[in-house]
Design a protein around this ligand. Structure first.
Ligand SMILES: Cc1cc2nc3c(=O)[nH]c(=O)nc-3n(C[C@H](O)[C@H](O)[C@H](O)COP(=O)(O)O)c2cc1C
Length: 382
């Protein structure tokens, strides 16, 4: 490709062309047959927009507040392990890119750079988005406690507990490509013996017996005042359980199709989860609120977000914000922090255009205007 990239898929093509096949299998790959990975994308495409016209667009803004943090627009970089595989600037470059574009970032527990190296350059940057730490709980509770304390000390504003990967997914692409983490790229805050090196067999490694449960969530809540979000919720009943336990946020996610293949696409799960949370809020008795924030659980979604219209659809279906995964790695891979920042900029510009074309001046207009039709509505409700 000679011209400069103009949308996110251009960055994917550029990253593919310059990355060795084994590293690509890790950075871009999915579980098993990649059915969920593909479905995440097509599910957003299949939602049709019915835009509103002749509405005032004066005082248009994408500004929002997420768990009390003011943001320029509702997007965060998803937690992704070992970003030094994509570019030597790794997670530090990604954090800079997110801050430059007013997006948030969730730093993976398997960050390849130490947390202070990632956080310090952006912590006091005006206009940056929220910085959260993603947690893979370890069977050794002392180790989990220590990493939570470190995240808190370093200034992370929330914990994201990943619940959909108690064991590795079946990563056929990585195994076929014989992917191995190079010695130069390792997890900075994960004991080497325990590291769930995704290059290995996709099976249990004896980890399943130590899998984190709802009881352990209560323990986690007891050791930190930080807001806690659960990432990897697809079932509405799990969302209700989490909200009843006072979690501060939920991320509807299937890990970008990297864990359980054939799990439902997030664009389909999101409205079901949003409906269950709304019903819970209206049920008799006090509405459940987050333990740290005292507000109803924030709702986020990721998986296949590639266009500004996807961001708009996610908000229309009940999300407060989106997370973006692979495209940010593609941008980082192609042109370091500038590439990742450009990816976010492209998405933000597209989102603003989508808002204006749907007659929405503010984010609240997106939720209240019945903008999205599902495939079945398109077919039967004529
Ligand atoms: C290379 C890579 C590494 C990832 N590492 C993590 C991780 O450490 N923790 C986690 O919760 N999710 C991880 N994920 C999943 C992402 O957070 C996110 O759920 C997914 O990438 C969103 O889908 P998308 O890539 O289609 O945007 C990873 C994804 C990729 C592509």
């Amino acid at each position: 490709m000679s011209a400069s990239p103009i949308h996110l898929a251009d960055y994917e093509a550029l990253a593919l062309a310059s990355t060795d096949p084994a590293t690509w299998a890790y950075l871009h790959g999915a579980a098993a047959d990649g059915i969920t990975h593909k479905a995440n994308r097509s599910a957003w495409d299949q939602l049709a927009l019915q835009p509103r016209v002749l509405r005032s667009l004066r005082h248009g803004s994408t500004r929002t507040t997420l768990l009390g943090h003011a943001m320029a627009w509702p997007a965060l970089v998803a937690p992704m392990a070992y970003q030094c595989l994509a570019h030597p600037s790794g997670e530090a470059g990604m954090a800079l890119a997110a801050a430059m574009q007013g997006a948030g970032m969730v730093i993976s527990h398997q960050t390849s750079l130490p947390l202070p190296t990632v956080m310090a350059p952006v912590l006091h940057e005006p206009g940056r988005g929220p910085l959260w730490f993603q947690l893979y709980p370890q069977s050794d509770k002392n180790a989990t406690h220590a990493v939570v304390a470190m995240a808190q000390t370093q200034g992370c504003q929330a914990l994201v507990l990943t619940a959909d990967a108690p064991v590795n997914g079946v990563r056929d692409q990585e195994r076929r490509a014989a992917f191995q983490l190079p010695a130069s790229v390792q997890a900075a805050h994960w004991p080497p013996a325990a590291a769930p090196a995704h290059a290995e067999s996709g099976l249990c490694h004896g980890a399943a017996h130590a899998a984190f449960t709802w009881d352990d969530l209560a323990w986690l809540q007891s050791i930190t005042p930080l807001p806690i979000l659960i990432k990897g919720v697809l079932h509405p009943d799990d969302a209700v359980t989490a909200a009843r336990m006072g979690v501060d946020g939920l991320i509807v996610s299937n890990h970008g199709g990297r864990t359980l293949d054939t799990a439902l696409p997030t664009a389909h799960a999101l409205p079901r989860v949003a409906r269950a949370l709304a019903q819970l809020a209206q049920a008799p008795g006090p509405a459940p609120v987050g333990r740290a924030t005292g507000r109803p659980a924030a709702l986020l979604v990721d998986g296949g977000i590639r266009r500004g219209t996807d961001v708009l659809k996610a908000l229309a279906l009940g999300a407060d914000a989106v997370l973006v995964g692979r495209p940010c790695l593609h941008g980082l891979n192609h042109n370091g922090p500038h590439g990742a920042a450009h990816v976010l900029r492209l998405l933000r510009d597209e989102f603003e255009a989508a808002m204006a074309l749907c007659g929405c001046a503010q984010l609240a207009d997106i939720r209240s205007n019945d903008l999205v039709l599902t495939a079945s509505q398109q077919k039967y409700n004529q």
